[in-house]
Design a binder for this molecule. Structure first.
Ligand SMILES: C[S@@+](CC[C@H](N)C(=O)[O-])C[C@H]1O[C@@H](n2cnc3c(N)ncnc32)[C@H](O)[C@@H]1O
Length: 282
């Protein structure tokens, strides 16, 4: 494509091309892509006379081509917005989901009632979006994120530096082996899909989120069972666990497992659709 095209026309052209693909939410994704690359506000996108350079067109053509193949927008632009902050999320790292913001709300609620300095551990920290969002709100506690993935740890450390947080540490480890000091609060959004659910996922999830972020390669309950069984070893007196739940049979199994196995109290937090999204065990 040659230069001398206005941004408005370029966007129109690209969205009409995408209309013949099976990409969802074309308009919003196209706008995010262009806004991000050209560092513009949304209002700027539709100003009449913005011309774009041949160089920018070349780069954006490549990005639109990736979008047309259903690559997630967060991987194309390399970052995601979560809880009012930007997080690096390159390919190889789980893309934060908006529904996980409830886990942050629950952690903030727990910490807002405490005065002393506490230890908060995020098992399965991924990009660090959950732990860092909490740490940003209460920077004086001690925060530890654990993840099995090298890329996730590297990205989470960069995200921590970017947010200028001092009391946060990310450690590469398998949570099933990690011998942590006891925590006042554990937060966890684990891989919770059963192996047989993977085939039915949308292409953009199945082909781009790391498989070990999605499933426990069993029935989806392994992480919950481990955390529930080891509650006393992992949690200090008056502490709690906050675990994100899936919308599936897995949740029923976890609830009955927790009731049968654990004499701890539990409470659910529901999302905007009224579905149980987070369980607090304390
Ligand atoms: C669903 S993602 C959640 C990431 C992040 N907390 C979020 O909410 O966006 C699950 C994460 O668990 C990590 N993971 C998978 N198996 C693990 C294990 N055995 N020990 C530690 N981390 C693990 C994956 O690498 C992935 O980053």
């Amino acid at each position: 494509m040659s230069g001398n095209i206005t941004l408005r026309d370029y966007l129109k052209l690209q969205t009409s091309k995408l209309a013949s693909t099976n990409v969802q939410e074309i308009k919003i994704k196209s706008e995010i892509l262009v806004q991000n690359h050209l560092k513009l506000s949304k209002a700027d996108l539709y100003l009449e006379n913005i011309e774009i350079s041949v160089k920018d067109i070349k780069v954006m053509d490549k990005m639109f081509s990736e979008l047309s193949k259903n690559k997630p927008i967060q991987h194309i632009i390399g970052e995601s917005y979560f809880y009012d902050n930007r997080f690096l999320t390159p390919p190889g790292v789980f893309i934060p989901r908006p529904e996980t913001e409830l886990l942050v709300d629950c952690a903030i609620d727990f910490l807002s009632k405490r005065k002393s300095s506490l230890t908060v551990v995020d098992f399965c920290s991924g990009s660090g979006c959950v732990l860092l969002s909490v740490a940003k709100k209460f920077p004086n506690h001690k925060y530890i994120g654990i993840d099995i993935s090298d890329i996730a740890i590297d990205v989470a450390q960069k995200n921590s530096q970017f947010l200028d947080l001092k009391n946060v540490q990310f450690i590469k480890d398998d949570i099933f082996n990690y011998l942590s000091p006891k925590a006042d609060l554990i937060i966890c959004n684990p891989p919770y899909l059963a192996t047989n659910e993977i085939d039915n996922l949308e292409e953009s999830v199945k082909n781009h989120d790391p498989i070990e972020a999605l499933t426990d390669f069993k029935d989806g309950t392994s992480f919950y069972k481990y955390l529930i069984i080891n509650f006393e070893k992992l949690i200090k007196k008056n502490g709690a666990m906050l675990l994100e739940l899936p919308f599936s049979e897995v949740t029923k199994n976890i609830i009955s497992f927790n009731t049968d196995f654990n004499n701890k109290k539990s409470v659910f937090f529901k999302d905007l659709e009224g579905k149980k999204r987070v369980i607090k065990i304390y």
